[in-house]
Design a protein around this ligand. Sequence first.
Ligand SMILES: *Cc1c(COP(=O)(O)O)cnc(C)c1O
Length: 359
Amino acid sequence: MGISEKIARLIRPEIRRSSAYVVPDSKGLIKLDAMENPYGWPGDIKAAWLEVLQDVELNRYPDPEPEALKRRLRETMSIPSEMQLLLGNGSDELIQTILIALATGGSRVLAPVPTFVMYEVIARNLGIEFVGVPLCSDFSLDVPAMCAALERTQTAVTFIACPNNPTGNRFADADIETVVRHTSGLVIIDEAYFAFTDSNFMRFATRYDNVLVIRTLSKVGLAGLRLGFLMGPAAWLHEFEKVRLPYNINSLTQASVEFVLQHRHFLQQQVAQLRLERNRLWSALNELPGVRAWPSETNFIMCQVPDVDADRVAESLRVSGVLVKSLTGASPVLRDCIRITVGTCEENDALLDALRATV
Ligand SMILES: *Cc1c(COP(=O)(O)O)cnc(C)c1O
């Protein structure tokens, strides 16, 4: 038997049909495609961080329960004392942990779409059916459709990214609350963009026993460290803890995050700067003829380019040295949309120049 027959026999059909997550080559380009913080660290902070790293013992396994790090996260994020914390190797891993624990035959995962793709990808990888409920045309939650889908399907968990990726808006509190009250399953509110909005759903997690909140440090400036955290009632986290792989947070990440949280002032300044840049970029984009920028409570802006093909716009920008994300393939309603991460002032100006020459 040849290798392809063996693969056909042994690999699940849904995995064979899917393709791996593609990350485009960004060498030499202004990188505005992945919601990263564009700023570096001040020299004195970097020097102090390198001192800390010298003492990390890489021959030892990481601390399996980094309590000091959790305490710092609690302080920094004002996490209510009645909520517990579970750390993940990025919030992607937490989504996977939750779905591994909840997967039983016939249970389904639900999310409004378009949204963050990993909910569907991870569900598929675990053999769980994903139900996507289309957002309204203004990208608000279609609450009646979500409630109908919750009634129709046996939904184990509903993911709500708020603010949402890739649309950039946040959903009305009352709409999320209606969904929470309507489901007999869990609701995970994904606050990956918490630093770029004034909304906050932690109070839902204290008020409703079926709500958990996920956050990540990726979008505020630590994407390379991979640290996400899940917050919610101890009883739920006690179950998810059993699924978490031991030592999932490596020693360099633990030491680095603890260090950065102690020196977080510079990161907070960078985030404040990005919020200002976002508003400036949004106005400038909307002034371009043939471009419509949607309001954003994140560190990216979704733009519609109705008269031109979004793939062609993204490709033309790439040729001009700027990498953005075309959303053409992501969903039929985003056929003519691109997603632009907010960069530094100079990067945003370069993007605007390149876009002016394109659309
Ligand atoms: C980027 C993003 C994540 C992934 O974050 P990591 O912690 O880097 O894995 C999760 N959810 C949403 C909505 C995102 O946009």
